[in-house]
Design a protein around this ligand. Structure first.
Ligand SMILES: NC(=O)c1ccc[n+]([C@@H]2O[C@H](COP(=O)([O-])OP(=O)(O)OC[C@H]3O[C@@H](n4cnc5c(N)ncnc54)[C@H](OP(=O)(O)O)[C@@H]3O)[C@@H](O)[C@H]2O)c1
Length: 252
């Protein structure tokens, strides 16, 4: 049975992606912090598919807990690693606390690098495997009023493209996934204001699931998001900044 590890798979996009894999006769391992929530999600997913669901509670901002996750699942020969867990903090740079920014970097970037490094050697040895790193359209430009988050996702895209290049002759598939706004708990947690055009997490997960075998490394759903990627920064940065400011893009 194929084994898929999804970090942050207990809600939002990760949970909907897990549901698709489970329905497809796959063993899914979910890693997140909240044990009760993981147990509830395990019950829910096992009742809706033929796959198997394992859960592992870990705070992935902590290096030792990432290592423990790897040790716990390495004998399952993980076929697909999805580095999905991520957080954001909206507001001017001087409003967000340094501890929040550092936690964001530890989860959105450091954990991605750490887990890629732990799993990629096994995949190289087996000459197969897939790594999906969750980025965002925020990766395509600086993000006034959400600076650390956008910068963290730019790191993810650049790191992933380099990893894809290095591993391409070893039979590995590597993607950075860049959805636009998705209607999940990310917004209340990040003190951000959800744009009215946010898509459902089901839609965001389905796009990724149906494009897993694409040749493209960077997966961007939708025409508007694709245009955002190529639009010059001098046009899009002031527009995005003004949208955030005038909509009350963050909550005090
Ligand atoms: N929502 C959007 O608009 C959007 C758009 C583009 C990209 N993305 C990206 O997509 C990914 C998923 O976002 P989402 O909207 O689905 O978020 P979400 O609904 O808030 O889910 C986040 C998941 O990450 C887990 N998590 C948070 N902190 C963690 C930690 N320290 N260690 C381990 N797990 C942790 C959470 O579980 P616990 O709290 O129990 O740990 C939860 O399972 C993120 O990388 C996000 O940046 C989101």
């Amino acid at each position: 049975m194929r084994s898929v590890l999804i970090t942050g798979g207990s809600e939002g996009i990760g949970l909907e992606l897990a549901r698709l894999f489970v329905q497809d006769n796959t063993r899914v391992i979910l890693a997140a912090r909240n044990e009760e929530r993981l147990a509830e999600v395990k019950r829910q997913l096992e009742s809706c598919g033929r796959g198997e669901v394992l859960v592992f509670s870990a705070d992935l901002t902590v290096p030792e807990e990432r290592q423990a996750l790897y040790e716990a699942v390495k004998d399952l020969d993980i076929d697909v690693l999805v580095n999905n867990a991520g957080i954001g903090f909206a507001g001017p740079v001087w409003h967000t606390g340094i501890e929040d920014d550092l936690r964001l970097i530890r989860l959105n970037d450091e954990a991605v690098v750490h887990l890629c490094k732990l799993f990629v050697s096994d995949m190289i040895a087996r000459r197969e495997g897939m790594i999906i790193n969750m980025a965002s359209t925020g990766a395509f430009q600086p993000g006034p009023y959400i600076a650390s988050y956008y910068a963290s996702k730019a790191f993810v895209v650049n790191y992933t493209e380099a990893l894809a290049y290095e591993t391409r002759s070893y039979g590995l598939k590597v993607h950075a996934y860049c959805p636009g706004p998705v209607d999940t708990a990310f917004y209340p947690k990040s003190k951000g204001v959800k744009p009215p055009f946010a898509v459902t997490p089901v839609k965001a997960a389905e796009y990724l699931y149906t494009h897993l075998n694409d040749r493209r490394v960077v997966l961007v759903p939708g025409v508007v998001n694709k245009m955002m990627r190529i639009m010059p920064k001098w046009i899009k940065v002031p527009v995005l900044a003004e949208m955030k400011r005038s909509n009350g893009g963050w909550k005090k």
